[in-house]
Design a protein around this ligand. Structure first.
Ligand code: NOJ
Ligand code: CA
Length: 573
């Protein structure tokens, strides 16, 4: 009978599933601050400019610390602020122990860290060590002579051996990751731009240098590192030819080789184990197993994965909500028992989440922003909220190539031009997906340049700022900004939203993302309508006695309909 009932519950409608009593054994919670954190990703170049040079800076951030605290966020991931010639906006570091001139000084950094800690906000920095800048002292030495003690800090291929086997470069004008250097008649490897030569992780001396840098920052008191492009560090350095058909998915052939785990274990032993910090790798490997292994606590590597699969889905054509739901659910299941996930819908390498996943038209963008933030802040995993998403900032959609800054885009433009690509179509695609869309200056108020700078911003401000800015949203109790604060308050007081088991509901519903979170008998239902129209759901009677925890509508429907872009979260009774 009991088995029959289970069977029935499994295959009957969601209505019956939700009605069923919640028999749960008490779950032991493995509390960690980084699991309970709400991370705000702050792109320093675009947050607040304090001196009118058009570039956001550390003093600018300091001037906005009270705003950041008012959000309720508990940690900030700061994109790179180290010395850099800025070929790739700080992802090309020329001195790992110094602050970028445009951003300020080490004294500014210390003041920022202090101000954050005083407000209960932790600081996670970017660790960009798959590559350095070609202007780093190590590279200057390395390229100067074949017998330089720094030669093996990078990957060199002597030209007398012929041209090395092809390696794809993500940012190169020719897509070629090998760059010939006449000084020593050799090629060096750069998976990103020519000014970002790849560091050689096979070299133990190089690895020790990196651990030293990490300790330098931890000893200053920072609270974590996000490891940029880290899955690329473990390469097959014999550089064999790629097999046929590699183009379909070239990643396994040049990244995430098994010895990546050895590097991480060593890094854990040398550095992470000595501090109570957040450690997250960008990307999550080639397979779910890789991802799991990176963050399974027993393996002592990192503590959080950051998979890309769901931000890779929504291209203009062919974005299916059923697929998105399946991907998010799959990643949740990988970490259901062990390991931990990062949850995000946007970052500095992607377009704005409202433009990508919902409806950016002015009449729908507020509902869209609230609905998507509800998703990010009610899934299991640590939420990462990208600056400006608390306001519902949207893509800028540049028409003109000269308006873009992104090194990847500029080089791809040159590549397509040279090779007769369809530039018109590509420029249209870029309005949807290019990363500069997500890097425009923060919209503080309706004064010139949205209050970001008194000068000319390095990247144009979105012209919608008179209608979409923080000052105006401060005043409106129903604004995106105030909804965002409310959501964070809810997450902080509901451990179920942090630690509770996740179960998707009505997986085949093409319009609605619905799921429950359950912890020790407490069950929360999240209903998200991804469409700009009313849609049907099957939650039926389940909500009759449920307690509404939050919604982007004043009076959400408790019947079988969800309003356009509705997000409602209920505690089931
Ligand atoms: C990933 C970073 O997120 C991106 O912005 C950067 O361009 C590349 N890694 C290279 O560092
Ligand atoms: Ca500035």
């Amino acid at each position: 009978m009991k088995r029959l009932r289970c069977f029935y519950l499994l295959f009957s409608s969601i209505f019956l599933c939700l009605q069923g009593p919640v028999f749960a054994q008490s779950t032991q919670i493995d509390h960690k601050w980084w699991k309970e954190a709400v991370v705000y990703q702050l792109y320093p170049r675009s947050f607040k400019d304090s001196n009118g040079d058009g570039i956001g800076d550390l003093k600018g951030i300091i001037s906005k610390l009270d705003y950041l605290q008012s959000l309720g966020i508990t940690a900030i991931w700061l994109n790179p602020v180290y010395a850099s010639p800025n070929d790739d906006n700080g992802y090309d570091i020329s001195d790992y122990r110094a602050i970028m001139k445009e951003f300020g000084t080490m004294a500014d950094f210390d003041a920022l860290l202090k101000g954050m800690h005083q407000r209960g906000i932790k600081l996670v920095m970017d660790l960009v060590v798959n590559h350095s800048s070609d202007e780093h002292e190590w590279f200057k030495q390395s390229r100067s002579a074949r017998n330089s003690p720094y030669r093996d800090y990078y990957h060199w291929w002597p030209a007398e051996k012929g041209k090395p086997n092809y390696r794809y470069s993500l940012f190169d004008v020719n897509h070629d990751a090998w760059m010939y250097d006449s000084t020593t008649n050799a090629y060096y490897l750069h998976y990103f731009s020519r000014k970002q030569p790849d560091l050689n992780w096979e070299n133990p001396k190089l690895r020790q240098e990196i651990y030293d840098i990490m300790r330098f920052w931890f000893d200053k008191g920072i609270d974590g590192f996000r490891l940029d492009a880290f899955t690329f560090v473990a390469k097959d350095i014999t550089f064999p030819p790629f097999p046929k058909g590699y183009e379909k998915n070239f990643m396994p052939y040049y990244s995430m080789q098994p010895h990546l785990h050895d590097y991480l274990k060593e890094m854990y032993k040398e550095v992470f184990s000595k501090y109570d910090v957040l450690s997250v790798a960008e990307g999550a490997g080639n397979t779910p197993q890789d991802a799991h292994d990176l963050v399974d606590a027993d393996r002592q590597e990192l503590n959080m994965a950051y998979p890309f699969e769901w931000v890779d889905i929504p291209k203009p054509e062919g974005y299916s909500l059923v697929h998105l739901k399946a991907v998010i659910s799959k990643w949740d299941s990988i970490f259901a028992q062990k390991g931990w996930l990062s949850v995000f819908l946007a970052n500095h390498d992607n377009a704005r989440m409202v433009s990508r996943f919902a409806d950016e038209r002015p009449q729908f963008r507020n509902l869209s922003s609230k609905m998507l933030n509800t998703l990010v802040l009610t899934l299991r995993g640590t939420p990462y909220c990208y600056y400006g998403d608390e306001l519902g900032m949207v893509n800028i959609r540049f028409d003109n190539i000269a308006d873009y800054n992104d090194v990847a885009l500029r080089n791809e433009y040159a590549y397509l031009k040279k090779n007769g690509g369809d530039l018109k179509k590509w420029m249209e695609d870029m309005k949807f997906s290019n990363r500069d869309n997500g890097r425009t200056p923060f919209q503080w108020d309706n004064s010139a340049q949205a209050g970001f700078s008194t000068g000319v911003p390095w990247l144009k401000v979105n012209p919608n700022y008179p209608q979409l800015n923080a000052a105006q949203q401060e005043k409106d109790p129903n604004s995106n900004l105030n909804y965002f604060r409310k959501l964070i308050r809810l997450r902080k007081k509901e451990p179920t939203l942090v630690y509770g088991a996740y179960a998707q509901v009505d997986a085949q519903n093409p319009d609605v993302f619905a799921y429950t979170r359950t912890l020790n008998g407490r069950k929360i239902l999240v209903l998200l309508n991804f469409r700009s129209k009313s849609v049907q759901v099957k939650h039926g009677e389940a909500l009759k006695n449920a307690q509404l925890l939050i919604s982007n509508y004043a009076s959400p429907s408790r019947k079988n309909t969800l309003k356009p872009l509705e997000a409602s979260v209920f505690l089931l009774k």
